[in-house]
Design a protein around this ligand. Sequence first.
Ligand code: IPM
Ligand code: MN
Length: 363
Amino acid sequence: MERKIAVVPGDGIGPEVIAAGMRVLEAVNDAHTLGLQFVHFGWNADEYLRTGISMPPGAMDDIRNNYAAVYLGAFGDPRVPDMKHAADILLGMRFQLDLYVNYRPVKLLNDKLSPLKDKKKIDFVIFRENTEGAYVGMGGNFKKGTAEEIAVQEDVSTRKGVERIIRYAFEFAKRTARKSVCMSDKNNVMRFGGDLWMRTFEEVAKEYPSIEHFHMFVDALTMQMVRAPEMFDVIVTNNMFGDIITDLGAQLQGGLGMAASGNLHPGRTSMFEPVHGSAPKYAGKNVANPVGAILSAALMLDYLGLKQEAAAIEAAVKQSVVSKNGTAEIGGTLGTKETGDYVARLIERKEMKDTKDAKQTKN
Ligand code: IPM
Ligand code: MN
């Protein structure tokens, strides 16, 4: 059966990095006859400014009902200062598709890209709760525009929401043979939400006696991520803290352009995007690093059960990064497009060799 993938490049550098990722995806799709059908959607700031609509009515249901996954670039444009279309599309997918797991691996592919002196082994995973916290948009302004103005922004945690992300982190640790799970929050100050997170964490941890678990305040966590990143295997945290520490995590991998992410709801249509934003300053210049976007495509294939193909993309990306065949961010001289071509050709060449080897073995 053919599976449909919605491709949503978005704004800024989004279209360029997604084109590079598509070049790689098509190479794998052709070689392995995966039967993936890619359908492109042009929802972005231009469309929004032209029509006043960020996503047509019914589009989210169409995605939910008819697509296996969404491959997304980036959203954000200076001409839309309130981020209305970004909120509707990006946060809209996270919330309306109930993508409660934001999966953000932090893996240093090339020692030389480590920003930390003498830290060469960086390999952990961050799970960010993706449907609650400060992102729910609850709150308001009172006496707006006056000297007495009050602004309230709620930070919402539910038992169900906290439990499912914590359980996912433990399940992942078990499945991938990771040693420990660290839960991070700020329960010394945020007593109510923190208490719920802490109790839930301790309760769920009891179901996984073979996995170590520990708690760390998020301020201390940022310090330890830089001082001793090797102490982490799996980190689980709320929406806002997860947003902040995954930018730090991206930098530990050699830059924001390196980092990939999956927005998941196990068994349902899930969405895959690089961690970086739309970087309007670099748009249209063919300079953005597409590695995060290409690795997000690998996460997508892995999610769809195409493990071997995902691994083939990861191996090719690693080879390109180690040999500096990429953009300036990894010390290379290639453009965005040329990096995509390079990675795709590595895969195509390996395919040809594998096919030849297989034929020779047969003869
Ligand atoms: C991210 C981004 C988004 C977020 C923005 C663009 C709304 O920073 O995916 O990390 O805050 O979640
Ligand atoms: Mn972010």
